[in-house]
Design a protein around this ligand. Structure first.
Ligand code: KG4
Ligand code: ZN
Length: 351
């Protein structure tokens, strides 16, 4: 039974190719949620097509929110705030979710909470693990981002590292494309790797041992392409060898980050690639080596969803000095969690 001070937030996510709505309570109950995947619409193109994504969000978002409220037996009047991803992401899709949230906030006279999608991922482990305290070291690995951050509190993020080229999820997706494994790539590579030998194909481990804990995956991806073009290796062996090389990089870079992060309460992983069992197992060992608890949300909370956006809304609502966001707020295609982080040497424009 929810107590009198229990809050409930409606969360909306539409920054990439999942349309999602969720109702989450401050006691960490996911009361109801719906996720509509657009995989089938994008599959013929082998990647997410922004215009197709935005149009699909328009079609499904409102009925999805209505279904989420109906499942919970609630109406807009019952929620304490409306939270939506306001960036970073594909701008057309972000605008669909944000404008919908603004309309609901206005119609229901509810506070609007504009959530940074990366903050949704960064705080999602606290939805799954009630005991997780700040500060923690977070490896955020998704389709668009690959970062190591010290999460010191709600809205307090110190970025220790980022990728100088591709994100880890992107490397999985490109490897899947090269190997003809289909879309979305990450789960397909993980499945294919089960039947492969991870030592069969010699592949590089970019930036291994380098001083700053940054990532690079472009060279690994090119090596996968060359290995495949050579015709000497089975796709399963390439998939397994790629996954192992990527994991070796992740472990080495995270170990380096642990050395420079200062005191942290736990090693935490979030974002779509955190659904990968090999990556989870490797990080769990690394945490044990450092006598740290390891926290990874259940796979369904790792890939894009609206429960993490609603939860970020709850965290914001519960933080001292909460102020709702203005209805004039604009969607942001780029929105770094740590605006003060120095750009990684050799890095492109990714935030
Ligand atoms: O967080 P997410 O759902 O969306 C973004 O914010 O980008 O992450 C999607 C990424 C994709 O690159 C996808 O291939 C990857 O996460 N991914 C995985 C797995 N599941 C999803 N990568 C490796 N193994 C998986 N099991
Ligand atoms: Zn994401």
């Amino acid at each position: 039974m929810a107590g009198a001070s229990t809050k409930i937030v409606l969360g909306i996510e539409s920054s990439c190719d999942e349309t999602a709505a969720a109702l989450v309570r401050s006691d960490r109950t996911i009361v109801a949620q719906h996720i509509a995947s657009q995989d089938a619409a994008h599959r013929p193109y082998g990647g997410v097509v922004p215009e197709i994504a935005a149009r699909a969000h328009v079609e499904v978002l409102s009925p999805l929110i209505a279904a989420t409220l109906a499942d919970a037996g609630l109406t807009l009047a019952d929620v304490d705030a409306v939270a939506a991803t306001a960036g970073p992401g594909l701008i057309g899709g972000v605008m669909v979710g944000l404008v919908t949230a603004k309309a609901l906030a206005m119609a229901g006279d509810k506070p609007l909470i504009a959530v940074n999608h990366l903050e949704g991922h960064a705080l999602s482990p606290r939805l799954a693990a009630p005991g997780l305290q700040f500060p923690y070291l977070l490896l955020l690995v998704s389709g668009g981002h690959c970062q190591l951050l010290v999460v010191a509190g709600v809205g307090r993020y110190r970025r220790l590292a980022t990728t100088i080229d591709d994100a880890l999820g992107e490397a999985f997706d490109k490897t899947a494309k090269i190997l003809g494994l289909g879309f979305p790539g990450g789960p397909a590579v993980e499945r294919a790797a089960l039947d492969g030998d991870s030592r069969a194909v010699p592949l590089p481990r970019p930036l291994l041992g380098s001083d700053e804990p940054h990532f690079s995956f472009a060279g690994l991806k090119s090596a996968v392409l060359r290995a495949n073009d050579s015709g000497r290796y089975a796709p399963a062996d390439i998939a397994a060898s790629f996954q192992q090389a990527a994991l070796d990089c992740v472990i080495d870079r995270t170990r380096r980050a642990l050395a420079v992060a200062g005191p942290v309460s736990a090693l935490v992983v979030a974002g779509g690639v955190a659904a990968n069992s090999t990556v989870r197992a490797g990080l769990e060992n690394l945490a044990a080596e450092h006598a740290l608890p390891f926290v990874a949300p259940p796979p369904a909370l790792c890939t894009d969803n609206a429960a993490m956006i609603a939860w970020a809304g709850i965290e914001r609502l519960s933080a001292p000095g909460f102020a709702p966001d203005p209805l004039t707020l604009a969607a942001r295609p780029r929105w770094p969690l740590d605006p003060d982080a120095a750009p990684a040497r050799g890095a492109g424009v990714k935030a």
